[in-house]
Design a protein around this ligand. Sequence first.
Ligand code: SF4
Length: 628
Amino acid sequence: MFLPMTREDMNLRDWHYLDFLIITGDAVLDHYSFGSPLIARWLEHLGYRVGIIAQPDWRDAGSLKVMGRPRYGVLISSGNMDSMVNHYTAAKKRRHQDAYSPGGRIGLRPDYAAAVYSRLARQAFGKQTPLILGGVEASMRRFAHYDFWSNSVKPSWLMEGDADLLIYGMAELTLKAVAEVLAAGGVPGDCRHIPGLAYRVPAGGAMPRRRVLELPGFKQVAASKQAFAKAFHSIDLEQNFYNGKILVQRHGAEYLVVNPPQRPLTTPEMDEIYELPFENRWHPTYEAAGGVPAFAEVEFSLLSHRGCFGGCSFCSIGHHQGAIIQNRSAASILAEARRLTEKPDFKGYIHDLGGPTANFRGQGCAKAKKYGPCRGKHCLYPVPCANLKPDMSEYIILLKRVAALPGVKKVFIRSGIRYDYIMLDRKTDFLRQLVANHVSGHLKVAPEHCQPRVLAVMGKPDYSVYRRFAARFAKMTEQVGKPQYLLPYFIAAHPGCTLQDALGLALEMKKGGYQPEQVQLFLPSPGSKSTCMYYTGLNPDDMRPVYVARSREERDMQRALLHFAKPENFPLVRAALTRLGREDLIGWGWQYLVPPPGEPPKRRSNNRRSGGKTPVKGGNRHGSGYRR
Ligand code: SF4
């Protein structure tokens, strides 16, 4: 049974009030992959009465009152994504589809949704009802932060949304503690001891006394890029549940106080959460719209763990889920797999069994499990830490056990994998298992670039590691006799990447004879290290200047260079080559990157020698010599 979304739903349960009301920017998909339904089921499991209002009319405070005032608090989330990332592309163009809305319809939530809903809830319920922000948007915007879409520094979402508390990271343990305080008659101010929580203190009010670090205030970081980068560096260093400091940042007449992160969940706790009684489908009210597209991604997939210790500068998973891997037990995953096989539309294929990085299951560093991630150190960059002992044997056994279940034909891994971590594996021959049994045509990998100085800024391994991996993958693929390929992802215009670097990557791809399908224009999402570099032009780790391509023209050129074989990109690629003084790469023939404008020269009749066929190295119909 779905949790109530209307007064009628409450009546069906004979409920006259709610304990907690959840307001979310996503449609209700009652599955553990979706934050608000997960939190709702968790609170229900803890014994609270919970209702959800999904995608309310944000111009009407009355739309939040349909189930009355909740007894203990209102929980607010933009949904599974930051609303601006959800609404706009890296070129700041409005997207046409929203995978988290019924029928994929865009426009069912406001920009900056978490802050907008929070102010609306304040209007609807006044000061006496605690407002608690959570979810990715609030989490990654918990400090004063750079907002790409308005090109400005914005205050913490706690202040912007006029909320009482902000829970960052994965919320279960923190919310459980907050709920206990509020249900016992406490007020938000009584929650200040709880990890994973941010709260407000008026200037002159009682501040925490021990292990406190004051960051440059909102006014300072908005006025000075140096101050912004320094603040980011301190935030980055203190993301440790074991010994992180309490961070304080002045916002006008108030202080933002952010407690250290919540501890990672144990395996029994993970099982408890992932075995909650989800309906595993979208709410029936969305049937008429054809359902909610995001569900297709997860319907026949299994999540094995949370967290990522990859430490890529552009990624927010480490700052949200934490760097410590939190595993579900094999028994819990197998039980869920069995349930999947009983679904009438199950065709025998488990689409994914993984986590943010599939082959990180198990952690690999005993020290990190006990004391949290190291301060200012990467596990895999610039070279893998000696304490990292990859062991994918348990993951391999799990994959085999799921694959052996009656009704299961194949188990694929569609989550990203870290190929540099696979290359460290001396124990299990994970790659052979992967290639032989778990690739569905393409394997996603993310070298992201090939130029050393760009990779250094990204916190990614040297490109030679990718080359070695690609060679091993190709060899093993040949051995198993399957037509399957690597699908490498690249980022254009990441901080540190000049036009010359983008050309270097284009030439590398041309040399390798492939055209990447997956090129992403760098999107400065809130709260990441790369976004800090994009805004400040400084690497917060050492405060050294970093080149940043900010103009629309250069960003477009960098992206076009990585897709140089697409005819629509030829003018931009020619402009980029002209700017770099590399007109020698413009011409008709396989040795050039792009053709010049105009029609190709007419072929001479002696082409009959080759039977009229395009030479092997002779390129596509535009004469750019590119094999697709
Ligand atoms: S000891 Fe090494 S592997 Fe472990 S957390 Fe620190 S950097 Fe990562």
